[in-house]
Write a protein that binds this ligand. Sequence first.
Ligand SMILES: *Cc1c(COP(=O)(O)O)cnc(C)c1O
Length: 452
Amino acid sequence: MPSMHAYDSELADLIFDYMRERLQLDPVPLDHPGRKDKLDSVLAGLIGPEGHDPHKVLSVYDDHLSQAVISCDSPRFLSFIPAAPTKAALLFDMVVSCASLQGISWLEASGAIAAENQVLRLIADFAGMGPEAGGCFVTGGSAGNLSALVVARDVARMRLGLGPYDRVRIAVSDQAHSSIGNTLRIIGVEPLVVPSDDHRLTGANLRAALAADDSGIPVIAVVATAGTTNAGIIDDLEGVSEIARERDLWFHVDGAYGGAGLFAPSVRGRYAGIEHADSFVVDPHKWLFAPFDCAALVYKNPKLAKAVHTQDASYLDVIHMDTPDEWNPTDYAYHLTRRARGLPLWFSLAVHGTDAYAQAIEAALTLARESAELIRRSPELELIREPELSSVLFRRKGWSAEDYQAWSDRLLAGQIAFVTPTGWNGETVARFAFLHPHTSLAVVEEILATMA
Ligand SMILES: *Cc1c(COP(=O)(O)O)cnc(C)c1O
């Protein structure tokens, strides 16, 4: 075995061959959840003072570990939010790894950061956030929401002359993503929960909730969702943004899942008002076909974010050269060291062009509409609501929560699909989350046939 930092052509061939095979799987098999006792016994003794033959270790991964992972890039994975990274993005992710690209500062990584910023610019332009908009890529929507709302909080406390521990609140819909609730707990900000109108946050309800509030604790921001994860509902961004401007509230838009719809002409109109967002998050690792983990965080006025997030440490002084071109991604979120995780998306966008992205996103939207039509025509099924984006909620008449779970288990055991039940107004129902452009209507028909 050569030194572990020396190039080993046999090891390289082993891994590259494996990657070639994985990239060519068509379709990717769904596979199954693992059993802890089995996995433990496979892993037992594998890491100790002496190393092992890489062929042996890779076969542990290939034969046991990888098969105990349900493949979220399978076109039959229709639970939660699936993934469908492009081959170009996946391959370039390996380049990012092999080149040890990090993305902290302009001083160290200007080439990588310039390319990431080209993508952030594109996203800001699709949203219409204005010429100054910018930000950085973070690990996910949760990290993006957290970083943005820290800026909202601190900017407001400065503006209102409040101290770092004074109470402030942020208005959120009762349908906001769980990461928003987590964020508020982490940053010590209380929610003003605004009741939604048919699961949608509206300007009218926000106005009423603010008017009814007599707590005396200032509300400093509002969070809208551009595509709820469960049902794909886009809040009344126009109405909410109007009140945000009237009341000087920071307007944050969580588009982790649905933000990709900005690229799709058939639904773009539903995002009207997003151009007023002070901060906006979209997860390319969801519906913009990038590998994990990748979320774009964009601020209308990034200078405010920089004032809040810049880390002060004497050894970091050199990265803050304060030249006009300098852009340090580390200054726009709570992180320091970061992978240049925007580059796989940059490469894929440059290779394929934005039209190909629009088409791939439209494919999921079309499939959602066609599936809704199939459900409407099935006497034993009921469509719960017209899909706004690519998620479809429906019920099988007469089924209990146990029936849905047993059905879901059968589908996975038969490798037909991974479709987990979800909750809707306290009821257990079925849900499809479409995203992979290779999920066909035939797969949907096959699944629906199992519900007869
Ligand atoms: C997925 C999602 C999140 C969380 O994003 P992660 O990338 O999983 O951290 C936040 N908000 C919404 C609306 C989401 O769909």
